[in-house]
Write a new protein. Structure first.
Length: 151
């Protein structure tokens, strides 16, 4: 399914924040008690994944969060979604010019993605190589960025 793009990508300190509740309809498609398969098929996950690919990193995180909360603790799917959340955060920090935060978040994401293994990604309907490859690209770009950033 193709979801309408947000009006703009929110970047703290650079662009206006979205109106409260803008993503509620999508977020509400992921609820506690749903099976992992139903969460993987939810609009929250689908739109979040699409937004991540399209560069709406803050927005992707907003949609991934209710999916992560609803997944069973210690499951491979939950670890994978947490890895996706950290990749979205790392990409947002890259856009904000914070290379040290990017490196830290990529390390956190890598840990979650390793815990998920390829099974967690497949269970969420995602290519298991997409996020680790993205983390490596973000990491490489952050290592080339001059200057430091405040955490």
């Amino acid at each position: 399914m193709d979801f309408p793009a947000p009006p703009h990508a929110y970047v703290p300190g650079q662009t206006p924040r979205h109106p409260e509740g803008l993503f509620d309809r999508l977020r509400n498609t992921a609820r506690p008690g749903m099976t992992p398969a139903a969460l993987a098929a939810s609009d929250a996950w689908g739109a979040g994944w699409q937004y991540l690919q399209q560069g709406y990193f803050w927005e992707a995180h907003e949609l991934f969060e209710p999916v992560w909360i609803a997944l069973p603790p210690n499951s491979r799917q939950r670890a994978f979604v947490q890895g996706a959340i950290q990749i979205a955060n790392a990409a947002l920090k890259a856009r904000m010019g914070r290379p040290r935060a990017v490196l830290r978040l990529c390390d956190i994401a890598r840990g979650h993605l390793e815990a998920a293994g390829r099974t967690g990604a497949r269970a969420m309907g995602a290519d298991p190589d997409t996020l680790p490859e993205r983390a490596e690209r973000l990491r490489a770009a952050a290592n080339l960025s001059p200057g430091g950033d405040a955490e």
